[in-house]
Design a protein around this ligand. Structure first.
Ligand code: TYM
Length: 357
């Protein structure tokens, strides 16, 4: 996946100057809230992460603290956290090149979040659109205070590591903006402490839509699973879902997001997985039927996902080794996080443990 048409994130125009030999740092995470990541997470996030880990000092984590902002079955959450880690690694995240850890194993996230809670305005937090959407769906009485402060915990995730860039989809832009605002506010109140991070927003071409409802983004909270392509599903299910994807009543295969959202989504998936530009695929399918495209795409996607699924299953067969890798990542992460937190605590005026040093 190297062609320019499949490049899904803009090269960051960060202004931060670096010392010789130092790399820009990036940080991102995906919630462990499903039994499998879907193709939107894979194309929209994971593929970019894997590309970034060579060029950047990359930190990837599994935000399990965020997952409990809505009710979770404990055994299922533990399972999904491992499953998510296994998919990161199976998809190409290399623990020797980057730092990979589970959020709850680094207590500094919750500790910094508290300090940031105390410099965030109630009105400011109330304006976060993701909270408004989710609270509206669940009813405000059902929504937890954790869900309300979710973006502030996300700001803590980011600011603890002083990253230059946060690669995410458009849906996360507002949260990265909040972390910038909080970094600037803390810096101006207490003195220079945090790097102000930039959102590295994936290009529109990395956005994957629901196969049954191709104007809505592919999402684990979709009403029906029929519109999802999951990394860990068996190939038969994946092929069936692609072949049953909703298209339009015309027959012409061309890219037109407005008039032909279903076919355009299939072309995006084809292009990102095959590394071929959309125009070439359209030219190759001139005069052919939608069915031809779907059959070929089903084969392309299942062939691509099979080794990832198998590698994830291998990793999950040895949970002790997976947990060891994650513990190692958490140790690496804590070295950075604890230094930032100590600086923050001192600036806020908390007494140093054991007296003045
Ligand atoms: P989450 O778990 O909802 O999504 C993870 C990433 O996947 C992208 N994504 C998609 N991209 C393309 N097409 C789709 N259909 C699609 N669906 C999801 C998202 O944009 C995102 O980049 N709040 C975050 C998790 C988080 C985090 C952080 C991220 C917690 N702390 C700190 C960055 C930095 C979330 O819920 O992502």
């Amino acid at each position: 996946m190297t062609s320019s048409t499949t490049e899904t994130v803009a090269v960051p125009a960060t202004s931060t100057k670096l010392a010789a030999g130092q790399k820009h740092r990036v940080l991102s995470g995906m919630q462990p809230s499903a039994d499998s990541l879907h193709l939107g997470n894979y194309i929209g996030a994971l593929v970019n992460w894997v590309r970034m880990q060579d060029e950047y000092d990359a930190i990837f984590f599994i935000p399990d603290l965020h997952a409990i902002t809505v009710p979770q079955d404990p055994a299922e959450l533990a399972h999904r956290t491992r499953v998510t880690a296994a998919q990161y690694i199976a998809g190409g995240v290399d623990v020797d090149k980057c730092t990979l850890f589970v959020q709850s194993q680094v207590p500094e996230h919750a500790q910094l979040a508290w300090v940031l809670n105390c410099i965030t305005g109630f009105g400011e937090a109330s304006r976060m659109t993701q909270f408004k959407d989710k609270a509206q769906k669940q009813g405000t009485d059902q929504a937890s205070v954790g869900l309300f402060t979710y973006p502030i915990l996300q700001a803590a995730d980011i600011l603890l590591y002083q990253p230059h860039g946060v690669p995410v989809g458009e849906d996360q832009r507002q949260h990265v903006e909040l972390s910038r605002d909080l970094a600037n506010r803390f810096n101006s109140r207490f003195g220079e402490t945090f790097q102000v991070p930039e959102a590295f927003i994936q290009k529109e071409s990395a956005k994957i839509y629901d196969l049954q409802n191709p104007t809505a983004k592919m999402s684990k909270s979709a009403e029906s699973p029929a519109g999802l392509i999951n990394l860990l599903d068996d190939p038969k299910t994946t092929a069936k879902r692609i072949k049953s994807a909703v298209t339009d009543t015309e027959t012409e295969i061309r890219f037109d997001r407005e008039a032909k959202p279903g076919i355009s989504n299939l072309l995006t998936i084809y292009s990102t997985i095959s590394g071929q530009p959309v125009e070439k695929i359209v030219a190759d399918y001139q005069g052919k039927m939608y069915g031809h495209l779907k059959v070929d795409l089903a084969e392309l996607v299942t062939n691509h996902l099979t080794p990832i699924r198998e590698r994830a299953q291998e990793l999950l067969a040895d949970p002790a080794e997976l947990d060891r890798l994650l513990a190692h990542g958490a140790d690496k992460a804590r070295e950075i996080a604890s230094a930032t937190l100590a600086d923050v605590y001192a600036k806020v005026g908390f007494l140093p443990y054991g007296g003045a040093r």
